[in-house]
Every structure is written in structure tokens, then in C-alpha cells.
Ligand binder design. Structure first.
Ligand code: DGY
Length: 321
């Protein structure tokens, strides 16, 4: 019997490949950068499994080109907005992601980004490098404390929960959260459910930890920023598309909000001459929430296991509902 044919759209950690080796017939795109669409189209016909990245647009065209033997698409990410889920459903193709395994890394990065933004760490490091560190000054590079502040979290899934757990010991006064529904694990971290309007109005720090969906796209726009505190800090480690970036620029330059820290942007990569990049009160990271070897190895392993499960007629761990 011929082996399960799998196409992998990027070089992935060996620990993932080792799970597939010997069981599947693997072909991979060896580039460091995303596979161009026309290349992907050449490689998908006849495959049984596709292991893709969040940078690959797995639309109807790609799915159609792969043909009727395609049984599973697994993405090496939590986010799956780049896959046409509806088209997969119609064709009986299972879609899976890599939940859980990057939670700690992303939550740690989100906290780091919050501290970088609140305490103006990038400006401090730059000052040292650029010979702008003069004698101690009482009012130089002052930021804000987290102690006593209210933190609002949009999306109290695994990552939002991980962020809540880590921010609590900073002595914050309240954690508010908003999500599609109330979640029982909120009680473990003392997070109070509230509606979105109230959360943005009351919070000193607003952290976006949600997916990009039709209802979260550009949820942070000029109307939202008007309702936030002028002293508010916005952190986004969910998806760039949740924030309208032109409106964010206006809010940061007009003083409508105090600062922002973004690990995700729209588009990605954000051009280096994008107006937000030049702002001192905006810290931008290149989507590095899950960039730890721990997380990336586990992500590759989970994606590989998703493929093996489907090959064996089982439900994959990361099945996307
Ligand atoms: C994910 O897993 O969706 C992350 O954004 C990747 O870093």
C-alpha cells in the first residue's frame, strides 16, 4: 500500500519530522520564507495531508488543487484564520491546529511586552546604545506601575488565562475580561466577566488575546479608543486584524490612549516605514509570541501527530471544531 503523502510548507523542527518519518511520504518546501502560492499549487495535487504555517493562505483554490485524496490539513499554529474551514467541511477534510503547547511562551511574551511598554524599556535600551544616558534625572523615561491597576483581557482562552495568572502577582487591583461567554476558569484568577464597553472604559491596561473572527476584526477602532482611558495601555498578542492600525496611530499621537505594545500587526511584516514604527509610545515586536525552542518543538510534534492520527483513522488532538 502506498504511504500517506504529506506536504510540509516550511522547514520544521526535527522532532516533528521524526514523528512522520517512516510512516509518511514527506515532501517539504525547504525555504526559510513562506512558500509562494504558485509553488504550493505545484506540490499539493494528490497529497493526503498538508502541514502548513499561519503564513500560508489555504484557500478554496489550494484545497481544490489538492484534490479528493486530501484528508487532513494541520497548521503549526493556534490561529487557523488562514484556512478556508468551510471549504474543508464541505469536502470532509479535517482541520487541526496546535493548541496548548505554545500557551506558556505566548503568555510570557505578552507579559514581557506589557512591561516593555509600561516601563519604556526600548527607549531606555536605545538611550544607552545611542549615548543619550546622561546624569540621573528625576523625570526622565518615567513610565507607569502595574500595581493597583485594572487589567482587561479580551479573550480568556488558554493564553488569556495564562496572562491573567502571570499578571496577578504584580499587585493589580482587578482583572476584567470579555469573551463570547463566561468561562469557569476565570474564578481561579479572580477575573470578572463584563461587557466589552465596560471593560475598555474601566481598564488601565487592555490585553488582546483573542482570535481573529468576523466579530473581532477591527474591534479596536476610533470609537473604541475614544472610550478608553487616556492613560490606557493597549497590548495585542492575539491577531493584528483585531486593531485598526490607522486609528491606533491617531489615538497614540493625539493622546487618546497612552501607549501600545503589539506582537501582531496588520499586515505582517509591518513595513519599517509604517507610521506606527516611528512612535516612541508604540513597541512593536515581529510576531514572536511562540518563539521558544520549547514551544516550536512542541508545535511541530503536535502538528505531526495530528497527521498521524488522521492517517490511522483517529480524531486529531488539535481538531478545529
Ligand atoms: C499561533 O500559534 O497562532 C501564534 O500566533 C504563532 O506564534
Amino acid at each position: 500500500m502506498s504511504k500517506f503523502k504529506v506536504y510540509i510548507t516550511r522547514r520544521i523542527p526535527d522532532s516533528g519530522l521524526e514523528i512522520l518519518n517512516g510512516h509518511c511520504d514527506i515532501t517539504s518546501w525547504e525555504g526559510e520564507d513562506a512558500i509562494p502560492k504558485e509553488e504550493l499549487m505545484k506540490h499539493v495535487p494528490g497529497i493526503n495531508g498538508l502541514l502548513c504555517m499561519l503564513t500560508d493562505d489555504i484557500d478554496k483554490e489550494v484545497i481544490e488543487k489538492a484534490g479528493p485524496n486530501l484528508k487532513v490539513i494541520t497548521t503549526m499554529s493556534v490561529g487557523f484564520e488562514h484556512i478556508d474551514i468551510e471549504e474543508c467541511r464541505k469536502r470532509g477534510i479535517l482541520v487541526a491546529n496546535t493548541p496548548n503547547v505554545s500557551t506558556d511562551s505566548v503568555a510570557e511574551l505578552t507579559l514581557s511586552l506589557l512591561l516593555m511598554t509600561a516601563r519604556r524599556l526600548v527607549e531606555g535600551v536605545d538611550a544607552v546604545k545611542n549615548d543619550q544616558w546622561g546624569p540621573w534625572k528625576p523625570m526622565w523615561l518615567c513610565g507607569v506601575e502595574l500595581t493597583g491597576r485594572t487589567v482587561g483581557i479580551l479573550g480568556l482562552g488558554r493564553i488569556g488565562y495564562g496572562v491573567a495568572k502571570r499578571v496577578r502577582p504584580f499587585g493589580i487591583s482587578r482583572i476584567l475580561y470579555n469573551d463570547v461567554c463566561q468561562v469557569s476558569h476565570a474564578d481561579d484568577v479572580g477575573a470578572e466577566f463584563t461587557d466589552f464597553e465596560n471593560m475598555i472604559k474601566e481598564s488601565d491596561v487592555v490585553i488582546i488575546c483573542c482570535n481573529l473572527t468576523d466579530s473581532t476584526r477591527h474591534k479596536f477602532n476610533k470609537d473604541t479608543f475614544k472610550k478608553m482611558k487616556k492613560t490606557a495601555i493597549l497590548i495585542n498578542s492575539g491577531r493584528g486584524g483585531v486593531v485598526q492600525h490607522d486609528d491606533l496611530y491617531d489615538a497614540l499621537t493625539s493622546g487618546e490612549i497612552y501607549a501600545a505594545g503589539l506582537d501582531v500587526t496588520e499586515p505582517e511584516p509591518l513595513p519599517h516605514d509604517h507610521p506606527l514604527v516611528g512612535l516612541q509610545n508604540c513597541v512593536i515586536l515581529p510576531h514572536m509570541g511562540s518563539n521558544t525552542w520549547d514551544s516550536r518543538n512542541h508545535m511541530a510534534e503536535t502538528a505531526a501527530k495530528n497527521i498521524i492520527s488522521v492517517m490511522n483513522g483517529e480524531i486529531p488532538y488539535g481538531l478545529v471544531k
